[in-house]
Write a protein that binds this ligand. Structure first.
Ligand code: F6R
Length: 604
């Protein structure tokens, strides 16, 4: 989703902005632009498509003096991905970049148009710069005009604005969309939507709160809170180790991230397991006092991991658990009772719908917990407690290692609760902990397995659809497998509980319907196999994934013999991820940045 960067200082502003935008590329975008104000004059460039196009356009442009620069990668919401709609948006003498959505843009635009303002784009963002310039006419200074403008906006935003009237100043405002500011010993100021562009450039960062606005120049950092009270920045040290952003010889980030799963799962487990219990130092066991129910809320892949949690929480800890898609939960006037622990799951910690459900739960007085991959993200800062998944930066838009670590955290949490609630015998908890320790090994990608999937993938490039089927915990895995395939191959795929096929979907069965059947040995094998046989009998092409030979399969991917179904779960997760990857590669798609998708979905 859209990314913002800003820079105030004497270095090569263009380079800094472009480098910053590159770090945000993984969020997904369809156009990009920068505006730099130096010596009282603006230079602005925009390009549709990838950042190389913007680099090409700015080839001849350099700045080696003090400058104020803003940059943006846009993921279209209002108006097509064209150059005119790309940010920064221009007024008579100011430029603005914005993430989020201005909900009352239509009425503001109408009023502005009635006063003779001409709009160049179809975006909601453009109203900000025109409204600001309108306010500049009556305000005592540009900051007053900016402040008034922010007060007139409704919706979610992270905004940076630069104007000729204050040539060495960047104005900023944040509400509902992430933004932070970084500083260093060279008196430079940086802005970005996440901390990655700032690592290596800044020593300290200030994460803005919702409602914050203000300005920076060479001498000052001025911040006001949502009530208009001046506040001091709250700087914290920024990590210095830029996590490897390179592909390390892999063809795609997604591939690298699939291969990394063994290591990151080991990281996720590190220090959290003893012989007979799960140690989660980051949560206080009082979080669960008075809790009779757990409600999980998330989007996409994170929603699928939440579904796995619902099986484990009920099975291991005997806690009533329900799972909701965040975008649905928000508007259906849900009943929230205080004996419910509200848990949100998010790789990024910024997904707008999930974040809003967290705010709703907080407002209703529920205890809240977030399972997240990004420390200091909005959700981590808002929730009462957090457990970090430690997957490292995930760059591929299609989530892989984040999902794997989320499931591991949920499994640990279910055992933690089982011990607390006395719902599993001590030996059973110890036995599961021993299995948990095996997970990193179960997700090592073996050459033979990858080669086999590569070879098989050529048979699955067409057809009228895929059904991924599984039972119990393998049902959320089937959903996840189908989502992965859809995202990067653009082929139609659905995840289904195996037992549901005969209630309608089996009508689609024919040789061009591909069924990917998850057949673990240790969880409802006979039942799952019967369901796959029913499809085979109706001539669907079956690709079975199982440690047990299945003679009704057209294709068979043999997984290893494991002692526990969860180890089968993780190995099958690898298989469906690799299958999607190889199908996408053969189709010639952009694996890491699939069309229409964004990594961090900060609009609802
Ligand atoms: C799919 C994918 C998305 C995200 C979803 C939620 O591969 O990545 O479905 O899972 O947009 O994102 P987070 O987890 O950041 O809240």
């Amino acid at each position: 989703m859209c990314g913002i960067v800003g820079y105030l200082g004497k270095k090569n502003t263009k380079e800094i902005l472009l480098e910053g935008l590159k770090e945000l590329e993984y969020r997904g975008y369809d156009s990009a632009g920068i505006a730099v104000l130096s010596d009282g004059e603006f230079s602005s460039f925009k390009a549709v498509g990838k950042l190389v196009n913007l680099e090409e356009k700015t080839k001849e442009f350099t700045t080696d003096k003090f400058a104020a620069g803003i940059g943006h990668t846009r993921w279209a919401t209002h108006g097509k991905p064209t150059e005119l709609n790309a940010h920064p948006h221009v007024g008579a003498s100011s430029y603005v970049v914005h993430n989020g959505i201005i909900e009352n843009y239509a009425e503001l635009k109408k009023e502005l148009q009635n006063t003779g303002v001409t709009f160049l784009s179809q975006t909601d963002t453009e109203v900000i710069v025109h409204q600001f310039e309108k306010n500049q006419q009556d305000a005592a200074n540009s900051f007053e005009a900016f402040k008034k403008t922010i007060g007139e906006l409704e919706g979610a935003y992270a905004i940076l604005l630069v104007t000729k009237a204050e040539p060495d100043t960047i104005f900023f405002a944040k509400n509902g969309s992430p933004m932070l500011m970084g500083i260093n010993a060279e008196n430079e100021k940086y802005f970005a939507s996440s901390d990655t562009p700032l690592i290596g450039q800044c020593s300290d960062v200030n994460y803005f709160e919702d409602g914050d606005y203000g300005y920076v120049n060479a001498d000052e950092i001025v911040i006001f809170d949502k009530s208009g009270n001046k506040k001091e920045p709250h700087f914290t040290k920024l990590a210095t180790n830029k996590l490897s952003a390179q592909k390390d010889g892999y063809r795609f980030f997604m591939e690298k991230e699939i291969y990394e799963q063994s290591t990151v799962i080991a990281d996720t487990l590190l220090g959290r397991l003893s012989e007979d219990s799960v140690i989660l130092d980051e949560i206080d066991s009082s979080l669960f006092e008075g809790i009779n129910e757990i409600k999980l809320c998330a989007c996409g892949t994170s929603y699928h991991s939440a579904l796995t949690a619902s099986y484990m929480f009920e099975r291991h800890a005997k806690v009533k658990t329900s799972v909701e898609v965040a975008s649905e939960f928000r508007y259906r006037e849900p009943i929230m009772t205080k004996d419910t622990l509200f848990v949100v799951i998010s790789q990024s910690g910024e997904t707008a719908d999930t974040l809003e459900t967290l705010k709703m739960a907080k407002a209703a007085g529920l205890k809240t917990l977030v399972i997240c991959n990004v420390d200091n993200s909005s959700m981590v800062r808002i929730a009462d407690a957090s457990i970090l998944t430690r997957a490292g930066i995930e760059k591929g838009v299609a989530s892989t290692k984040a999902f794997a670590t989320q499931v591991v955290v949920f499994w640990m949490l279910s055992l933690y609760l089982a011990k607390r609630n006395n719902t599993l015998r001590a030996e059973e908890i110890a036995a599961q902990i021993a299995v948990l320790r095996e997970v990193p090994k179960s997700v090592i990608v073996e050459d033979a397995m990858h080669e086999r999937i590569k070879r098989l993938s050529k048979r699955y490039l067409h057809g009228h659809g895929f059904f991924f089927i599984g039972r119990d915990l393998f049902y959320p895995l089937a959903l996840e497998g189908a989502l992965k395939l859809k995202e990067i191959s653009y082929l139609h795929a659905e995840g289904y509980p195996s037992g549901e096929m005969k209630h309608g979907p089996i009508a689609l069965a024919d040789p061009e319907l591909f069924t990917i059947a998850l057949l673990p040995e240790h969880l409802l094998y006979e039942k799952s196999r019967s369901n796959a046989e029913e499809l085979s009998a109706r001539d669907s092409t079956i690709c079975a994934i199982s440690p047990i030979e299945f003679d009704k399969a057209d294709d068979f991917i043999k997984t290893k013999k494991h002692s526990h179904y969860m180890l089968e779960f993780f190995e099958m997760m690898l298989v469906v991820q690799l299958l999607s990857l190889e199908i996408s590669v053969r189709l010639g798609n952009d694996v890491d940045m699939p069309r229409n998708l964004a990594k961090s979905v900060t609009v609802e």
